[in-house]
Design a protein around this ligand. Structure first.
Ligand SMILES: Cc1cc2nc3c(=O)[nH]c(=O)nc-3n(C[C@H](O)[C@H](O)[C@H](O)COP(=O)(O)O)c2cc1C
Length: 502
């Protein structure tokens, strides 16, 4: 399984033989400490190259840039490349193979494109993609944009990328410089190409990917936490992509349980009716859909406990402080976590005077599930929104960014567009439902097959001292290990019960 690392900055140092050399250099690094030294040395080389190219002798930056282009491209790392190198090292740590492509070779500063056949072959030779780039105006820059357009315009590349895994990395000059917005836009781009997106790993608390803070050339190596998020993204990407590869040799004995959780609907139940019609029509092989109409359920709001979940419970135990006997989560905890893949559904009309919407309440109450060691981790998820044209709610984007925090794998949102009481893209919607079902089967197998390291989905309470203290106590008294090993044992049992070779 080969991950292609793509760096999207015009300040890139590596291309051609330099890309291959980068791979060899990373393969020789054995420890995080050695990686840090390597990134320090290489980003320093790039900074020195800028200086030697005339930066310190008062040459205008465009002349400096032209001088830099005369270099061989075989040493040094820009900030995006250093971030990418950390991510690719994470891939190697999990046993994946790596390759590198620097987009500045294909999309140079004059705005044109070149050597696109070469880029195409590189993309076609990879199984998964890790894309790193600078934050420009809170978004990804024009090189990554050009790369996305390049794939979108080519049917062969589109077909190849369909169902492949993707992870993202972003580097910006400031804390809150837009690393997350960059990653979200990039994630949406890649999902629109039907890739399946993952965020970073449990060590750094499962967000949208790697985020590094660095402005000047030569500085990225120094952001330790940012580099950890990047290594974690590479690890997570590799882990899922490898188990996905392995899953091809296995079959499921039973059907994949796809939960369609309806969190917003009109009083006349338009959303529910349409969903029911489509799943009756679809009849996907190997998949069973279970619609839960949450709009009729009692859902208390999250009261934001300092300690969440209430205690380190085994996975099948409900551990939220809300104990009202009619509360949806209390009644349905086991069913929720037994779901293999999730479509979070909503009907979004223009007139919202008569809708019931529990989306936000529902999402915030899932906190105990996330913090209970990612009980919905590694599930394929997608927003499923039926939107009247001009409803302007953008629910699918909010759903997507919340769902990925459950350590899930994100599929292209399913969006039905309605006009004058008619769904105008039904065929497209059904094709997306088919795609979701197919990938749900593959990723359920991958989930059951993945790394047997029981701590893999441990929730690390980054930013919460009270929770961290409890984790320390429960580590020492064995409670946390018991909870994680019970979850792990259940996964192994599930694997034995549900998977077969061949
Ligand atoms: C056009 C432009 C826009 C930028 N916008 C942002 C921004 O919105 N937020 C931020 O944190 N940094 C921003 N930066 C800074 C870069 O993201 C930062 O310098 C980064 O380290 C560049 O990575 P590179 O060396 O790999 O090109 C911007 C830089 C440029 C040139």
């Amino acid at each position: 399984m080969k991950v292609l690392g793509i760096s999207g900055s015009l300040r890139n140092a590596r291309y051609g033989a330099g890309s291959r050399q980068l791979v060899e250099e990373l393969e020789r690094i054995k420890t995080p400490e050695a990686l840090k030294l390597y990134l320090k040395e290489q980003t320093r080389i790039r900074a020195d190259e800028f200086i030697s190219a005339g930066l310190n002798s008062g040459l205008p930056f465009d002349a400096v840039y032209r001088n830099l282009q005369k270099l061989k491209g075989d040493k040094g790392l820009s900030n995006s490349e250093a971030t990418l190198a950390a991510g690719l090292w994470g891939v190697l740590e999990k046993g994946g193979d790596i390759a590198h492509a620097g987009l500045s070779r294909y999309f140079p500063m004059n705005g044109e494109s070149r050597y696109l056949d070469e880029l195409k072959q590189i993309v076609l030779s990879a199984d998964a993609y890790l894309v790193s780039g600078p934050v420009y105006f809170g978004d990804r820059g024009s090189l990554v944009q050009a790369f996305v357009e390049f794939i979108t315009a080519d049917p062969e590349l589109r077909a190849h990328c369909n169902g492949r895994l993707y992870g993202g990395l972003a580097v910006g000059a400031k804390r809150n410089g837009g690393q997350e917005t960059q990653l979200i836009y990039q994630l949406i781009d890649m999902c629109n190409l039907n890739m399946l997106a993952v965020g970073n790993s449990y060590e750094t608390s499962s967000q949208y990917g790697g985020t590094v803070v660095a402005g000047d050339v030569g500085t990225a190596w120094d952001d330790d936490y940012g580099m950890q998020t990047s290594i974690g993204t590479g690890k997570r990407l590799a882990q899922i992509a490898i188990s996905r590869e392995n899953s091809r040799r296995h079959k499921l004995k039973d059907k994949v349980k796809v939960g369609i959780w309806l969190v917003q609907d009109s009083t006349d139940k338009r959303g529910l009716q349409l969903i029911q019609k489509w799943i009756d029509q679809h009849q996907a092989e190997g998949v069973e859909y279970k619609v839960i109409d949450l709009t009729t359920e009692e859902i208390y709001r999250c009261i934001a406990c300092d300690l969440c979940p209430t205690h380190h419970a085994t996975h099948n135990e409900y551990a939220c402080i809300i104990k009202s006997k009619n509360d949806f989560f209390l009644k349905n905890h086991e069913e929720l976590i037994a779901t293999d893949a999730i479509l979070l559904a909503a009907y979004s009309p223009i007139d919202r005077s008569s809708i019931t919407a529990v989306y936000q309440k529902f999402m915030e109450r899932t906190r105990y599930i996330r913090r209970g060691n990612y009980l919905l981790g590694d599930r394929l998820v997608a927003p499923f929104v039926i939107s009247e044209v001009n409803a302007n709610q953008n629910l699918h984007i909010r759903m997507l960014t919340s769902l990925i925090r459950h350590h899930t794998i994100v599929h292209h949102p399913l969006i039905a567009l309605e006009m004058d009481h008619t769904v105008i893209n039904e065929e497209h919607l059904l094709a997306q439902l088919e795609s979701f079902s197919k990938n749900a089967i593959a990723l359920t197998k991958a989930r059951l097959l993945r790394d047997t390291d029981q701590s893999f989905t441990y929730y690390n309470p980054v930013g919460y001292q009270i929770s961290a203290e409890r984790n320390r106590t429960d580590r020492n008294n064995g409670v946390l290990d018991h909870v994680l090993s019970t979850k792990h044992t259940a996964l192994v049992k599930e694997k034995t019960n549900r998977l077969t070779q061949g």
